[in-house]
Design a protein around this ligand. Structure first.
Ligand code: PMP
Length: 274
C-alpha cells in the first residue's frame, strides 16, 4: 500500500497532515473511491467525471487536471505493487488559518491512498446480508461526494451494533440509499431504485446496474418507493464500488425470499465486466 499527500508519495502511516488542513477542521472537501481489478481501474472515467461534478458543486478548484490525476493513480498503483486495489482520493480546500470562507487564492490539496481491495466472500453474496432502516438526517445535497459523512458514520455504527451489514436511509418512509450503497428492489420482474436526484449519491455501480438491466431487458423504474415496498420485495440488493451487487436477505424484521433469479443474473453480468 502507498499514500500521496499534497505533492509527494508517502508511507501510509507517515504523519503528514497539518493541523489547519480544512479536510479535518471543516470536512471541507470531496472524495472518490475507485476499484482496481487485475491492475485495471474499473470505470475510471465515470469516477473522475463524478469527482469533477462534486468539485464544481462545492466551488472547489481541483489542484490537478484529470490527466494528472490519472497518472497519479497509475503511479500509485505501480508503487503499491497491487493488482486488486482500492484507490481512495480526496481533495480538500487546503491548508489555511481557520476561517469559514474559502482561502484566496485557492490552495486545494490532493490526497490518495492505494490499498489492497477487500474481497467480498462469494458465500456471503450467495447468502445475502441483513440491513436495517433508519431515518435520513443528512443534508439535501447527497449527490455531492462530500467528506462530511457524520450521519453515514453514525448510521453504519448503528447497523453494526444491530448485527446488520448496512443501514438504509429513509425520508418520511421513502427509501433513499444506504450509508455507503444504493438500494434496489425487484418486484414483479421490474427493477426499482430511487431516482438520481440531489438526495442520493449517483452511484457508478447503480448506473452500471441500470445499463445491465437494459441489456437484459429488465424494465427499470427510477421512482421513489417506501419501506413497506422494500419489505415486500421479491428480491432486493445494495450496490457500491466495494460491495458490487450484494443481495439483501433481511430488512428489519422482514425476511426476503432466498430465490433471487434476476439478482443472480445481474451479478453474473456485472462480474463479466472486470
Ligand atoms: N451511496 C452512498 C452514500 C455512498 O457513499 C456510495 C459509495 N460511494 C454509494 C451510494 C455507491 O456509489 P458507487 O457505486 O459509486 O460506489
Amino acid at each position: 500500500e502507498i499514500a500521496y499527500y499534497k505533492d509527494a508519495f508517502v508511507d501510509m502511516d507517515e504523519k503528514v497532515v497539518p493541523i489547519q488542513e480544512r479536510a479535518h477542521q471543516f470536512g471541507d472537501g470531496i472524495y472518490e473511491v475507485i476499484r482496481v481489478y487485475n491492475g485495471k481501474p474499473f470505470f475510471m472515467k465515470e469516477h473522475l467525471t463524478r469527482l469533477q461534478k462534486s468539485a464544481d458543486a462545492i466551488e472547489l478548484q481541483l489542484p490537478y487536471s484529470m490527466k494528472e490525476i490519472e497518472s497519479l493513480c497509475d503511479e500509485g498503483l505501480k508503487r503499491s505493487g497491487l493488482a486488486d486495489a482500492e484507490i481512495y482520493m480526496q481533495i480538500s480546500r487546503g491548508i489555511h488559518p481557520r476561517q469559514h470562507f474559502y482561502p484566496d487564492p485557492a490552495c486545494s490539496v490532493f490526497t490518495m491512498t492505494v490499498k489492497q481491495a477487500k474481497v467480498i466472500p462469494e458465500d456471503l453474496r450467495k447468502q445475502g446480508v441483513k440491513v436495517m432502516t433508519t431515518e435520513d438526517v443528512r443534508w439535501k445535497n447527497c449527490y455531492i461526494k462530500s467528506l462530511n459523512l457524520l450521519p453515514n458514520v453514525m448510521a453504519k455504527q448503528k447497523a453494526k451494533v444491530n448485527d446488520c451489514e448496512e443501514a438504509i436511509f429513509h425520508e418520511d418512509g421513502i427509501v433513499k440509499e444506504g450509508c455507503s450503497t444504493n438500494v434496489f428492489v425487484i418486484k414483479d420482474e421490474k427493477l426499482y431504485t430511487y431516482p438520481a436526484l440531489k438526495g442520493i449519491l449517483h452511484g457508478i455501480t447503480r448506473q452500471i446496474i441500470l445499463d445491465l438491466a437494459a441489456d437484459l431487458e429488465i424494465e427499470a423504474v427510477e421512482e421513489p418507493f417506501d419501506v413497506n415496498f422494500l419489505y415486500d420485495a421479491d428480491e432486493a440488493f445494495i450496490s457500491s464500488t466495494n460491495m458490487e451487487i450484494m443481495p439483501i436477505r433481511q430488512v428489519d424484521d422482514a425476511k426476503l425470499p432466498s430465490n433471487r433469479p434476476l439478482t443472480v443474473k445481474l451479478i453474473e453480468q456485472f462480474q463479466k465486466l472486470y
